[in-house]
Design a protein around this ligand. Structure first.
Ligand SMILES: *Cc1c(COP(=O)(O)O)cnc(C)c1O
Length: 363
């Protein structure tokens, strides 16, 4: 059987060496005689694993000491609510920049929890001639006392990425679910970063939160304990039973990433992968990108077939060639190839070869 390459946007493929390692220790982890799934999260060995995972993440992202790292439940969407709950007590207000589907849903959730009068929404994507282009606003010109500004640097559904860091007078809260550790960032420019695990970290159910200690002094809404960042900090992310297996796999992914040379090295490969694929799209009239060159995502490459009638056939033949999950999100249609850290360069090369052959045959 020829190789399978899985381009699913999430849950996404995991690095093969990680999966093989997990398989080999599935029934007996760390000489415990039981699976890591069957072990108490209070067990010394598990605590050591959790602490090492945090340290590896701190190393990989160069997270300064005045930030807490949390391993939370509930994926990205839980943080849509948690951010509001934790920081918008006492009639606090926040600004939500909307650059695509996820940031829009995050703003909806915030409005639901505190009402429209407390949330300002600013659309930062222009669509000229069907091409999406981000225009970052001059935030310092906005004379408002926001607790934070929220945005999504990589819009997974739309394939839009913002590479520039925001210049903001308020703490920046960033949903990095689909871009975390794909390229180097300066963590000190953010108030809070969160990322659902199932794109670039591990399996679903887990969400990494990196939060500056000062944000935790903001007034919170009355809220459920399980969403409370302060409680999570106090209990080392073990206020209740954490998703232990997801955390374990995330720890393995961090180790793997370190072995690859860290974020800087993987970013160079990610750049190469994205360039290869966008070049294929741009060099034929058969395929089309609807995102301005400066904002094209390195992680989620969205594209369309000029003749949309051929989409089904494209997906069918791609699948036969071992290229899975290329269908675009139902909200936007078209195609999407998610090429997170775990996708090797060969996978993208095989996809490009397939796309060129398909275009020659049907163009
Ligand atoms: C996948 C994704 C989410 C949602 O994550 P869940 O774990 O399903 O809640 C939120 N934001 C972004 C940018 C995503 O890619």
């Amino acid at each position: 059987m020829s190789a399978i390459y899985n381009f699913c946007a999430g849950p996404a493929m995991l690095p093969k060496p990680v999966m093989l390692k997990a398989q080999s220790e599935l029934l007996d982890w760390n000489g415990q005689g039981v699976s890591v799934m069957e072990l108490s999260h209070r067990d010394k060995a598990y605590i050591a694993l959790a602490e090492k995972a945090e340290q590896d993440l701190r190393d990989l992202m160069a997270i300064p000491d005045d930030y807490h790292v949390l391993f939370m439940h509930g994926g990205g969407r839980a943080q849509f609510a948690a951010v509001v709950n934790n920081f918008l007590g006492d009639a606090g207000q926040a600004l939500y920049l909307v650059d695509g589907s996820w940031s829009s849903i995050a703003a909806d959730e915030a409005e639901k929890l505190v009402g429209k009068t407390h949330i300002d929404r600013l659309n930062i994507v222009n669509k000229n001639d069907d091409m999406s282009q981000v225009e970052l606003p001059h935030l310092h010109a906005i004379k408002k006392d926001y607790r934070y500004v929220h945005y999504c640097p990589n819009e997974t559904v739309d394939g839009i990425e913002i590479f520039d860091e925001l210049d903001s007078p308020w703490p920046v809260v960033a949903d990095m679910s689909s871009t975390i550790m794909s390229r180097e960032i300066d963590v000190s420019r953010y108030g809070l970063i969160y990322a659902g695990a199932q794109k670039n970290i591990g399996p679903s159910g887990l969400c990494v939160v990196i939060v500056h200690q000062d944000l935790l002094t903001l007034p919170s809404l009355p809220q459920s304990s399980i969403m409370d960042y302060r409680l999570a900090v106090k209990h080392g992310s073990m206020y209740n039973t954490p998703p232990t297996f997801a955390w374990y796999l995330a720890a393995k992914v961090f180790e793997w990433l370190k072995e690859q040379g860290g974020v800087k090295s993987i970013a160079a490969i990610n750049q190469q992968k994205a360039a290869l694929l966008y070049h294929c799209i741009d060099s034929s009239d058969f395929y089309q990108s609807k995102v301005n060159v400066d904002n094209r995502s390195n992680m989620n490459v969205t594209f369309y077939l000029a003749d949309s009638e051929l989409e089904m056939l494209f997906l069918e033949q791609a699948k036969q060639a071992g290229l899975l999950a290329l269908k675009g999100h139902r909200m936007v249609g078209g195609m999407r190839a998610s090429i997170y850290n775990a996708m090797p360069l060969e996978g993208v090369q095989v996809l490009v070869d397939f796309m060129n052959a398909f275009a020659t045959e049907h163009g």
